[in-house]
Ligand binder design. Structure first.
Ligand code: BDP
Length: 583
C-alpha cells in the first residue's frame, strides 16, 4: 500500500489495507490507478509465513533479489535489515526473529531518487496547508522509475557452519589449453575441519580437485567458454565436519580470457566484434519486475538476428538473466546504476569543448558514496560470470565537465582492485564528451560512445551525420590508437507501421537508412570493435514531448514484434563473424 504519511504505520500489525500486489514485479502498472502508478515516496508490502520446526535448526536466510530503491525490512515488528540501492541483492539471517506460529514480514520501500543516489533524480517536496507532504522525483534519466519488489525474495537454509561465497578466477594458458583455476572460499559460522572442491565438466565428470579455502586447481584440455558457444564447469565446494560434507555449494563457471590490446578486444585471444544492444528490464505490467519468459525470448531474438551481446543499461539486471547469459553464451557489458550524473544539459557544444569548461555536476552531486557501494555490490554479485567481459562504471555522466577525472579515478581504481578477473573497464560517453572535451577518457580501456547524429543532432540529415560520425570516430582513433572504440547506443525513434516515401524521421524507412549510414562508417574504422544499438525494444519512460508512450527507439516493439529494420540488421550481423571482423 501507498504510505499516505498521515498516521504512522506499525510494521508489527496487519497493514490498514486490502490492496493486493504481485511479487516479483514493479507496483506501478498493477493498480489501474494513475495516482498510485506515479506515487513518489514510501509504500509497504506485507505477508505472513510459517517455517516448519525442524527447518529452524538450520541457519535461515531471507534474501531479496532487489528492492527498489531503498528498503526497511521488519520481521514480527522488528527491523531486521535496511538496504539502499535498487538493483542488487541483500540478505539477513532470520532465526532469532522467528516465531513458532505465523510470522509477519513487512517491508517499507522508498522510490525516492535525489542527488545522493544512483540513478540520480531531481527531488522536490511541497507541503499543503495541512502540512501534508507531496514528494516528486523528476527522473534525470530516460526510463520510467519503476519500483517495488522487482526480483524474487527467498528464504534459504544452510547448516550453521556454512559456505558464504566462492570466488573463481581462471588463469588460462590458451596455447596449452590449460587453466589454473584460483578458487577462494569464504565460510561462516563454526569452522569446518576441511573444505574440499571438485570441478565437474558439463557431463558431470570430475576433472579437477583441491582442498582449502584458497586453492588452485589445474584443468587440462580445457573447454573454453566462447560467445554463443558456452561451456560451463561446476565448482562443487564441500565444507567437511567429522569426515562428512555438511554444506555443499555449487557454482557454475566458464573459462575464458578477456584482454584489450592494440585497439582490439580479445576474447580467448581472438579479436571479438560486439553485435547487439542496449536494453532495459522493461515489460508490460511487470515493469522492471523479473519476467523470465521475456528474458528467454529476448535472448532467442538476439541469436536469431546474429547478435552476440548486450549491455545491462542502466543498472545490474537480475541474477536470473546473468545466469541465462552464461548458459547461452551471450556476452555482457555489466553496468552500475550510475545514470543521470549530469545536472545541466545544454546543446551548446562549443562551450563544452573549451578546455576549462565546468558545470555544477561535480559540485552538486553527492553520489560518490552510493557509487562506490554500487561498484562493490555489482562486482560482488557478478564476479564469477563468464558472460561479463567488461564493467561499465557509468552511463552518460558529465565527463566533459571539470572535476570528472577527480570523481572517476578512484572509482576505476576501486573496480580494478575488486574484480578478481581483472576485466576491462569503461564508462559510456555522451555526445558532448568528444576527444577534445572528455576529461577522463584516459581511464577507459575501451571508448564506448552513445551517438545520435541524424536523430537529436542534424535530425533527418543523414549525409551530414555520416560526415560527423566519420570525423568523430577518426578523431578518437587518432587520440587513442591503442584503445578499441565501440558504439553502445545509436538509434532513431520509430513508430511501427509509419512509412514515408521521403525517409522521414519516425518512419520505418528512416530507421533502416539511419542504421545503414552508421554501418558504413563503422566498417571504415580499424579500431571499431562493436555496435550495440539503442534499443532492443521500445520501453516506458516518464512523460515528455519527445516520447510517445515511452521511448520508441526499439528495433522491436515493447511486445517484441520486429520493426522492419530487424531484417536489415539480421542480414548484416549474420555476415559479420564474431571474431576477426576487423583485421
Ligand atoms: C541516451 C541515454 C538513454 C536514452 C537515449 C535516448 O543513455 O538512456 O534512452 O539516450 O534518448 O542519452 O533514446
Amino acid at each position: 500500500m501507498v504510505d499516505p504519511e498521515t498516521t504512522p504505520i506499525d510494521p508489527g500489525k496487519p497493514l490498514p489495507t486490502n490492496d493486493v500486489m504481485a511479487v516479483p514485479a514493479s507496483f506501478n502498472d498493477q493498480t489501474a490507478e494513475a495516482k498510485i502508478r506515479s506515487h513518489t515516496g514510501y509504500f509497504w508490502y506485507q505477508r505472513s509465513f510459517t517455517v516448519a520446526k525442524p527447518l529452524r535448526a538450520q541457519r535461515l536466510v531471507l534474501r531479496f533479489g532487489s528492492a527498489t530503491h531503498e528498503a526497511w525490512v521488519y520481521l514480527n515488528g522488528k527491523e531486521i535489515t535496511h538496504h539502499k540501492g535498487g538493483f542488487t541483492p541483500f540478505e539477513v539471517e532470520i532465526n532469532d526473529y522467528l516465531k513458532d506460529e505465523d510470522n509477519l514480514l513487512t517491508v517499507k520501500l522508498s522510490n525516492i531518487l535525489d542527488y545522493s543516489t544512483i540513478p540520480v533524480g531531481n527531488y522536490s517536496e511541497t507541503k499543503d496547508v495541512d502540512g501534508h507532504i507531496t514528494r516528486k522525483v523528476d527522473e534525470n534519466f530516460d526510463f520510467f522509475n519503476y519500483a517495488g519488489l522487482n526480483r524474487p525474495i527467498k528464504i534459504y537454509s544452510t547448516p550453521k557452519a556454512h559456505i558464504d561465497d566462492i570466488v573463481i578466477a581462471p588463469d588460462v594458458d590458451l596455447a596449452h589449453k590449460q587453466a589454473d583455476v584460483h578458487i577462494m572460499v569464504q565460510t561462516g559460522g563454526e569452522p569446518f575441519d576441511e573444505v574440499r572442491t571438485i570441478i565437474l565438466d558439463e557431463e558431470g565428470h570430475q576433472v579437477g580437485e583441491g582442498s582449502g579455502t584458497d586453492e588452485q586447481i589445474t584443468l587440462s584440455r580445457v573447454h573454453l567458454w566462447q560467445p554463443l558457444h558456452a561451456y560451463l564447469y561446476t565448482a562443487k565446494v564441500e565444507g567437511m565436519l567429522n569426515g562428512q560434507p555438511v554444506d555443499i555449494y555449487e557454482e557454475p563457471f566458464g573459462v575464458r580470457t578477456v584482454k584489450v590490446t592494440d585497439g582490439k578486444f580479445l576474447i580467448n585471444g581472438q579479436p571479438f566484434y560486439f553485435k547487439g544492444f542496449g536494453k532495459h528490464e522493461d515489460t508490460y505490467i511487470n515493469g522492471k519486475g523479473l519476467n523470465e519468459a521475456y528474458n528467454v525470448l529476448d535472448l532467442n531474438l538476439m541469436k536469431k538476428m546474429g547478435a552476440n551481446s548486450f549491455r545491462t543499461s542502466h543498472y545490474p539486471y537480475s541474477d536470473e538473466m546473468m545466469r541465462l547469459c552464461d548458459r547461452e553464451g551471450i556476452v555482457v557489458i555489466d553496468e552500475t546504476p550510475a545514470v543521470g550524473l549530469m545536472v545541466s544539459f545544454t546543446f551548446d557544444n562549443s562551450e563544452i569543448s573549451k578546455p576549462g569548461y565546468q558545470d555544477d555536476t561535480w559540485k552538486d552531486l553527492k553520489t560518490a558514496t552510493a557509487h562506490r557501494q554500487a561498484i562493490h555490490e555489482i562486482i560482488d554479485r557478478d564476479k564469477n560470470h563468464a558472460c561479463v567481459v567488461m564493467w561499465s562504471i557509468a552511463n552518460e555522466a558529465a565527463n566533459y565537465s571539470k572535476g570528472a577525472h577527480e570523481y572517476f579515478e578512484p572509482l576505476f581504481k576501486l573496480a580494478r582492485q575488486l574484480d578478481p578477473q581483472k576485466r576491462p573497464l569503461t564508462y559510456i560517453d555522451l555526445v558532448w564528451s568528444n576527444p577534445q572535451s572528455d576529461k577522463s577518457s584516459d581511464l577507459l580501456d575501451v571508448i564506448c560512445l552513445n551517438r545520435y547524429y541524424g536523430w537529436y543532432l542534424d535530425t533527418g540529415d543523414l549525409e551530414i551525420s555520416e560526415e560527423k560520425t566519420r570525423a568523430e570516430l577518426k578523431a578518437w582513433q587518432a587520440k587513442y590508437p591503442d584503445k578499441p572504440i565501440m558504439y553502445t547506443e545509436y538509434g532513431a525513434d520509430t513508430i511501427p507501421g509509419l512509412h514515408s516515401a521521403y525517409d522521414e524521421p519516425w518512419s520505418e524507412e528512416f530507421q533502416e537508412d539511419y542504421y545503414r549510414m552508421n554501418s558504413r562508417v563503422f566498417d571504415e574504422i580499424p579500431n571499431f570493435v562493436g555496435e550495440q544499438l539503442w534499443n532492443f525494444a521500445d520501453f516506458q519512460t516518464k512523460y515528455g514531448i519527445q516520447r510517445v508512450q515511452g521511448n520508441k527507439k526499439g528495433v522491436f516493439t515493447r511486445s517484441r514484434e520486429p520493426k522492419s529494420v530487424v531484417r536489415y540488421l539480421s542480414q548484416r550481423w549474420h555476415s559479420i563473424p564474431n571474431f576477426g571482423y576487423k583485421k
